[in-house]
Ligand binder design. Structure first.
Ligand SMILES: O=C(O)C1=C[C@@H](OP(=O)(O)O)[C@@H](O)[C@H](O)C1
Ligand SMILES: C=C(OP(=O)(O)O)C(=O)O
Length: 443
């Protein structure tokens, strides 16, 4: 796919549902008693894999003709053994959260995924989950395909996260659902709290308190095991990680005016907004409200100049998936942007530090890639753009969409080698961006 240089974007966008919340709605719906209805579920490939996995474990899941999803759950501890290998596609969230659920069910299951997911580390969840009594046989390096033999008599878990990861936190909490007593997770850096919010919404008792460890403040999350979860109506807000692409594209194209409706504003997801505003981005936050237990707002975005900034490491968990597209904004900004604390980007769908640095280099930009940092020298205007060599996206949807945004704002078109991974998180990306005025063509 190629993105041609574009003048300005205008229009109003309703973005697809939040991927993190969609996975959790299907999983908790499958563990609840009674019916869960889901409005605005992201119908991206990652989430559809989770729906298929929950079905394979015995949940009844249907989509009606109005696009509403219905889940009839089996109750906590009530899932059954799947009769085939479960394929989680490209989805780290789906795979890791599901391992949490499987660990405390008396069943055996085999998980696999696409080439990207089969390269990603799973020991970060299987290590803590083994303490509940589950056994795991993984490929070298803790990779998929992986067999889990869930515990017949699960023990509650007590775990301090060694890396700031909502996936690891959520896997431990989901395992703790079917163990008697309290499961406790400690996080030193706050990560997205969709699991905690939704567990409470479905009727679990879960509390967060601030504690001190070695002179530093941390959070302790305690879940009381074996609750009865009750099916609930869930309304999924628009995904701020998907909103990031039209948001940055509109900022980079002077004369643009774009309205993004009902975007999730969870404070653990809004680091990109803060950063773009620090860079001078004209983003008006209007109509702030709460929908389905999550804060949402409409964003009015106008194109204009940006300035390079230093993004502190402490902000990384609140914008972890947004660095690739932030790097595109940095390329067009005036001056240098330094992003720190990015070690986790190396274990996403691709090694995002390396794929971003390589791609930007190819597009004529000066980049410094550190072990866990990225420095981009902004050109204060349109970056040079592609040189007839496609950007390698390495099965990474966010790399694909980021470089298409760069192409819209560059002197020359930018081509990517493969646009199909975009469907994992944002199936309507091409059409919605074209509706705003973007020139995207499949080659
Ligand atoms: O919990 C989640 O839904 C997610 C957590 C993050 O991963 P980590 O927990 O590995 O940081 C993020 O990158 C991913 O896209 C979604
Ligand atoms: C990292 C991501 O997802 P996951 O870990 O679920 O594959 C992402 O969507 O950017």
């Amino acid at each position: 796919m190629t993105a041609q240089p574009t003048e300005a974007l205008s229009g109003t966008l309703r973005l697809p549902g939040d991927k993190s919340i969609s996975h959790r709605a299907l999983m908790l719906g499958g563990l609840a008693v009674g019916e869960t209805t889901i409005d605005g579920l992201l119908e991206g490939e990652d989430v559809l894999c989770t729906a298929a996995a929950m079905r394979a474990l015995g949940a009844e899941i249907e989509r009606d003709e109005n696009g509403q999803w219905h889940v009839w759950g089996r109750g906590v501890g009530g899932l059954g053994e799947p009769d085939n290998v479960i394929d989680m596609g490209n989805s780290g969230t789906g795979a890791r959260l599901l391992l949490g659920i499987l660990a405390s069910h008396p069943l055996t299951a085999v998980l696999t995924g696409d080439a990207s997911l089969r390269g990603r580390p799973m020991a970060r969840v299987t290590d803590p989950l083994a303490a509940c009594g589950a056994e795991f046989i993984a490929r070298t390096g803790g990779r998929l395909p992986l067999t889990v033999v869930g515990s017949r008599d699960p023990l509650p878990l007590d775990y301090e996260l060694p890396v700031p990861s909502a996936q690891v936190k959520s896997a431990v909490l989901l395992a703790g659902l079917n163990a008697p007593g309290d499961t406790r997770v400690v996080e030193r850096e706050a990560t997205r709290d969709h699991s905690e919010r939704m567990l409470a919404y479905f009727g679990a008792t879960i509390r967060r308190s601030e504690i001190e460890i070695e002179g530093c403040m941390a959070s302790e999350i305690v879940l009381s095991g074996q609750p009865e979860l009750t099916g609930r109506p869930v309304r999924v807000p628009a995904d701020p990680s998907s909103a990031a692409f039209p948001l940055v594209a509109a900022l980079l194209l002077p004369g643009s005016q774009t309205r993004l409706i009902g975007v999730g504003m969870n404070p653990q997801r809004s680091g990109l907004l803060t950063t773009l505003q620090e860079m001078g981005g004209d983003i008006e936050i209007t109509n702030a409200r709460e929908e389905g237990g999550e804060p949402v707002a409409d964003l009015l975005v106008r194109g204009g100049p940006l300035e390079g900034v230093e993004v502190p490491a402490a902000r990384a968990p609140s914008m972890i998936d947004e660095y690739p597209v932030l790097a595109m904004a940095a390329a067009a900004a005036k001056g240098r942007t330094v992003m720190k604390g990015l070690g986790e980007l190396r274990v996403k769908e691709s090694d995002r530090l390396a794929t971003v640095a390589r791609g930007l280099n190819l597009c004529g930009l000066e980049i410094e890639e550190g072990p866990d940092s990225l420095t981009v020298e902004g050109v204060n205007g349109r970056p040079p753009g592609g040189n007839n060599q496609p950007i390698q996206t390495e099965l990474d949807h966010r790399i694909a969409m980021s470089f298409l945004v760069l192409g819209m704002a560059s002197e020359r078109p930018v081509q990517i080698d493969d646009a199909t991974p975009i469907a994992t998180s944002f199936p309507d990306f091409t059409k919605l961006m074209q509706d705003l005025g973007a020139k995207l063509t499949d080659v």
